[in-house]
Ligand binder design. Structure first.
Ligand code: SF4
Ligand code: MG
Length: 315
């Protein structure tokens, strides 16, 4: 709720703080048990920062994080360690997140060893079961990460994330490093596992096509803020925010008979160090009005469950 994560920028001879990057700038989001929210935006929009902050991998600047009814915003030590069991992250680059010197069996059982005291046999049984759940052969146990393809490594990363039977998984671009042909296999696996393990997902992606099939609701981020949030069907069929409309128009239409206008976003994403005044999207928005340069639009529920931050809908 009202989550902010600002990073200081240091510069000059004395390395003094000369500014800050408002990576996450006041976002509120409520994940329901068992649902998947897709969080989408261009690189640098703050979506990964938001994910890491929600998991308390870094401290928020302000705002609060409530998990399963418990305020975890400032908990530390044993309390934080306990809650970490229930929240796991799946990373974009599975290879970078797996220790290359560890056997896959040890990699997957490591989280369990950190939290419980179990016999080697019990640990191995659990790893074997996890390997099966993620669709990897049993001999994976004795191999090393370099022996696997990108898709297989992501399956290893997923097995490791599942080892402690978490409730929430934040998947940060889990398929963007994979070949297109492998992407859908990993997405299908994540969906199957969601059902089997009753998982809740926050699914971070940089474009709207990847999250289309997996999400129940979608939040669109722009420069540290969520600008639109609604259920998947509404977002794809009746997008309201001009930025969402532009992102959607960039997805190729499968049926060439149905022509659609492609909205070209002009200009680069402005620097989050120095975001435009008013609506941060105004330099790129084709509907920009004078007030957009001055007044920052707030999130408003335009229709039931459909939230948008844009002056076009604030009347
Ligand atoms: Fe465009 Fe103005 Fe809406 Fe921002 S507030 S998206 S500039 S119309
Ligand atoms: Mg990222």
């Amino acid at each position: 709720k009202n989550l902010k994560k600002y990073y200081p920028i240091f510069g000059g001879f004395f390395r003094k703080q000369i500014g800050e990057v408002k990576a996450v700038d006041d976002i509120s989001l409520q994940l329901k048990y068992g649902e998947t929210i897709g969080l989408v935006g261009e690189s640098g929009c703050g979506k990964s920062s938001a994910g890491r902050t929600i998991l308390r991998l870094q401290d928020p600047t302000s705002g609060s994080i409530v998990f399963q009814g418990k305020d975890i915003t400032t908990i530390r030590g044993k309390q934080l360690r306990d809650i970490r069991k229930d929240m796991q992250m799946v990373f974009q680059d599975p290879y970078a997140s797996l220790n290359p010197k560890m056997m896959v069996g040890s990699l997957i059982s490591e989280p369990i060893r950190n939290y419980t005291n179990q016999s080697d046999k019990a640990l191995k049984d659990q790893v074997m079961e996890l390997l099966e759940k993620v669709g990897l052969p049993a001999d994976t146990y004795y191999k090393y990460p370099h022996e696997f393809s990108g898709g297989q490594r992501q399956r290893i990363g997923i097995a490791r994330a599942l080892a402690l039977r978490p409730k929430l998984i934040i998947a940060d671009e889990p398929v963007s490093a994979l070949d297109v042909s492998v992407q859908s296999q990993v997405l299908n696996l994540l969906q199957d596992l969601q059902e089997e393990f009753q998982l809740t997902y926050l699914f971070i992606a940089h474009n709207l096509s990847v999250v289309k099939h997996v999400s129940d609701r979608i939040g669109v981020m722009y420069l540290g803020r969520i600008v639109e949030l609604t259920d998947k069907r509404t977002l794809y069929q009746e997008p309201l925010h001009p930025y969402t409309q532009a992102l959607l128009s960039a997805i190729p239409v499968p049926n060439p008979g149905r022509r659609k206008e492609r909205i070209v976003l002009t200009g680069d994403v402005p620097s989050p160090e120095n975001p435009p005044k008013g609506c941060a999207f105004h330099p790129r928005c084709r509907y920009a009005m004078p007030e957009c340069q001055e007044i920052r639009p707030v999130m408003k529920e335009v229709k039931s469950g459909h939230y948008v931050a844009c002056h076009l809908y604030s009347k």
